[in-house]
Ligand binder design. Structure first.
Ligand code: C5P
Length: 228
């Protein structure tokens, strides 16, 4: 299959909308590859800290974005994320790294450095791409675009439950504030802001279980004959 013929399904939306979990479940169900683009921005933020870059060193972060060696382990390997051969799966999942990611993600040079890297994830039989600008910028010709949302309260609650599982110290009010800050920054930045693509199907997951949200995406794909 030529690369242009390989189908891409995009799932964009704000943090806590469930798009990460839904994307992973959809990819698993249909046997497609998965791109967790947020992880790449988180890796740039982490690499910047490890290289002791100044927080406002745009060029330094862009260089790291282009050069960092990244590997996403397979499902069998436990879906680990490796940076320069080291397991950083847990290190990039903190809310601090989410904030750092959102800061470096506002810089056009960093986004440009990651553009080709993200497109290189397209592989037969298909790719499910999870992020903020998958349908608008990275894969504008995707065969199916989804914009997943949920109320701000529900999203904060989900993030809280996720972080609580990993240990004590999470505070719902602090998380609500941080998520609101991150949403505002992601939606208002000049380059690739978080907006639904004009041709995206919107799914509000506030009152949906993960299974129900997955089912909606599967059904939309079926209607387009992407899978059986
Ligand atoms: O999805 P996740 O929470 O891992 O993303 C972390 C941050 O990375 C987001 O808040 C956003 O600023 C940035 N991001 C982005 N474009 C993407 C994916 C993530 O700007 N495609």
């Amino acid at each position: 299959m030529s690369e242009a013929a390989i189908p891409v399904v995009t799932l964009d939306g704000p943090s806590g909308s469930g798009k990460g979990t839904v994307s992973r479940a959809v990819a698993r169900r249909v046997g497609w590859h998965l791109l967790d683009s947020g992880a790449l921005y988180r890796l740039v933020a982490l690499a910047g800290i490890e290289h002791k870059l100044a927080a406002d060193d745009v060029d330094g972060h862009a260089r790291l974005a282009a050069a960092m060696r990244v590997r996403f382990g397979t499902e069998r390997e436990g879906e680990r994320v490796l940076l320069e051969g080291r397991d950083v799966t847990a290190a990039i999942r903190t809310e601090t790294m989410g904030q750092g990611a959102s800061r470096v993600a506002a810089w056009p040079a960093v986004r440009a450095a990651l553009l080709g890297r993200q497109r290189a994830f397209v592989e037969a039989p298909g790719l499910v791409a999870d992020g903020r600008d998958m349908g608008t910028v990275v894969f504008p010709h995707a065969v199916l675009k989804i914009f997943l949302t949920a109320s701000a309260e529900e999203r904060a609650r989900r993030r809280y439950n996720q972080l609580k599982e990993k240990g004590p110290g999470a505070s719902l009010s602090a998380l609500s504030r941080e998520i609101a800050e991150r949403d505002a920054r992601d939606s208002s930045r000049a380059v690739a802001p978080l907006v639904p693509a004009a041709d995206a199907a919107r799914i509000d997951s506030t009152d949906l279980t993960i299974e129900a949200a997955v089912e909606r995406v599967i059904e939309l794909g079926r209607r387009r004959s992407l899978w059986a």
